[in-house]
Design a protein around this ligand. Structure first.
Ligand SMILES: [Zn+2]
Length: 325
């Protein structure tokens, strides 16, 4: 199959009609083209490196990209995830759902499945045509496929929104890679502060830190990634950005919502040996501090790679400000 033939298939993607869909998406469901745009982006960034897209792996990145495109075009109350188009795309000629051993994928089953959890009960993932994957890896062909999807399935206004969002997401990804490189080479490049917008820095820092901590809270160890790829942790600055302007991974930790709040308010602190201290008064009535008191004396759960771990001196501001540790 040639590039022109795949472009033709991309133009003919079947999309459901619905009153929920506005002129931006030409009054049709945008799920399939948006998922393909996310896949194309990830192939371009070498985050997808084979024509097989496993549904057993964590879908965090793919779902985050899909979600960022989706929210540009759809009202905030209308949510979706990759689960829906990942299965429905099985009706397209270039996207082959690969069943689990002893399972079969029928058209009826494709129509029934709409979540990643349901998919995981029946399929291992999706196999793209080999020839299509080769075209996706080539920058020029990839751009033609992207232009075809955007040009066919969206209004001019939506096309501009999507192109801007794809650019923004690419910059966020590049910034997160820059932060990892700086950590690896133990350098701090402050020029990036002026180079990137606040949104790019926030999201790039989050992406890098959450990845380095593998979605695990450095304090309590909570690690929850939903089948759709949502994660329970935030990226917390150790010395706040407003004080330090420091987005280095060594000034960050992945923390769950409660531990993040507890750290930012000085309910918990970190000693020089990375053990956790807890403010005694939080246990007093009428508080019910949950698991927070059990963190006392525990050691932070940090990345295996030493160069990604926090610099002990970055905790000094926190220690001086809150006097917990
Ligand atoms: Zn936690």
């Amino acid at each position: 199959m040639t590039l022109a033939q795949y472009c033709s298939q991309f133009q003919k993607i079947r999309r459901a009609n619905g009153t929920a869909f506005s002129d931006l998406t030409l009054k049709k469901a945008p799920h399939k083209p948006l998922l393909l745009l996310a896949v194309l982006d990830m192939v371009g960034r070498k985050q997808i490196t084979s024509p097989f897209i496993s549904i057993a792996d964590e879908m965090t990145e793919l779902n985050a990209l899909f979600g960022s495109f989706w929210h540009k075009l759809m009202p905030v109350t209308h949510t979706s995830s990759i689960g829906f188009p990942f299965s429905k795309m099985g009706n397209e000629p270039f996207w082959h759902l690969v069943p689990l051993p002893d399972k079969t994928v029928t058209k009826e089953l494709i129509d029934k499945m709409s979540t990643v959890s349901q998919l995981r009960q029946h399929v291992m993932g999706a196999q793209l045509d080999e020839a299509l994957f080769v075209l996706m890896q080539d920058a020029q062909s990839r751009q033609t496929l992207i232009d075809t999807l955007i040009g066919t399935h969206f209004s001019p206004e939506a096309q501009a929104l999507l192109r801007a969002e794809m650019g923004e997401q690419d910059t966020i990804f590049q910034y997160s890679l820059e932060l990892e490189q700086q950590a690896k080479h133990k350098v701090r490049d402050s020029s990036s502060i002026a180079k990137y917008t606040v949104q790019v820095r926030d999201q790039g820092f989050r992406k890098a830190v959450v990845r380095c901590y593998d979605h695990r809270c450095a304090m309590c160890g909570t690690r929850i990634v939903t089948p759709e790829g949502y994660t329970a942790v935030d990226a917390a600055h150790i010395e706040p950005w407003s004080v330090s302007q420091n987005d280095q991974i060594t000034n960050g930790m992945a923390l769950c919502k409660l531990c993040h709040w507890a750290f930012d308010t000085g309910v918990v602190g970190v000693r020089t040996d990375f053990s956790i201290a807890v403010a005694r008064q939080i246990g007093h009535m009428p508080n019910a501090p949950g698991f927070i008191p059990t963190l006392a004396g525990r050691t932070l759960i940090l990345p295996k790679e030493v160069h990604l771990r926090p610099k002990p001196e970055n905790f000094e501001w926190h220690r001086k400000t809150f006097s917990v540790a």
